[in-house]
Design a protein around this ligand. Structure first.
Ligand code: ADP
Ligand code: NI
Length: 216
């Protein structure tokens, strides 16, 4: 019915419309970056290009964080859209699996689905959570949640972070220790690992400067 380019074009249009007004860290431009990074990584991997691109474009179509923790809305919305395009069941299942398993915590409670295509999109999504963009997204998210930027009386160590994280009160700087600084070593692909280096070092430099300015 359609060629791959038409499928991608239709998906881009659908995602842009659906994410209108989304929080800055999860808007169309996050999707755009993850899509482009996925394509770059995919060049070096043996993967199905259409699955990678659909997975990247649809991965945050309804993030559970913004839907009362409901993890089914995203995959269901994606499926309904793919059905409207007449895509085959194998494609729909694979893309749904990518959406369900891409998140930091994902992979444990969803039967541990893995595929080379998921590996690529997950690396791209993680890449956008680190480096300069990652720093901007973290503070934007913290602001959205009305969190403190930094509290010099709370030292960001991992255990304390976990404790506070449960109450959703940890200052945003703690997010670096609970997640952002861990992502470099969690990249799935060799391309992702290499790309993550520069962004990781940038965060280390940022934190060093941050404390120099904050500790007066
Ligand atoms: P994932 O789905 O891979 O776990 P998230 O959707 O949780 O990723 O995160 C999306 C963006 O929001 C990332 O840039 C992440 O750093 C940021 N973010 C998520 N949780 C927090 C938090 N507690 N504080 C600051 N930023 C956060
Ligand atoms: Ni994402």
């Amino acid at each position: 019915m359609q060629n791959n380019q038409e499928i991608i074009d239709a998906t881009v249009a659908y995602v842009k419309t659906t994410l209108e007004g989304a929080e800055g860290g999860h808007d169309w431009w996050h999707i755009y970056r993850v899509w482009q990074l996925s394509r770059q990584i995919a060049v070096h991997e043996k993967v199905d290009q259409l699955i990678v691109e659909l997975g990247a474009l649809l991965h945050d179509i309804a993030d559970s964080k913004f839907h009362n923790g409901d993890e089914n809305i995203g995959p269901e919305k994606a499926r309904a859209f793919m059905t409207s395009l007449g895509l085959p069941e194998v494609v729909k299942i694979h893309v749904e699996n990518i959406i369900r398993n891409i998140s930091f915590k994902g992979g444990h409670n969803n039967g541990g689905f893995r595929s080379p295509e998921l590996n690529v999109v997950q690396d791209a999504d993680r890449m956008d959570a680190i480096g300069a963009i990652g720093i901007a997204r973290a503070f934007n998210y913290g602001g959205f949640k009305n969190r403190a930027i930094y509290d010099p009386t709370i030292k960001p160590v991992l255990e304390m972070t976990r404790e506070q994280y449960k109450n959703n009160t940890a200052p945003t700087i703690n997010h670096f220790y609970e997640k952002l600084l861990l992502l470099r070593d969690r990249m799935n692909t060799a391309t992702g690992k290499a790309m993550a280096e520069e962004r990781h070092r940038f965060m280390e430099v940022f934190l060093e400067q941050f404390y120099k300015e904050a500790e007066l």
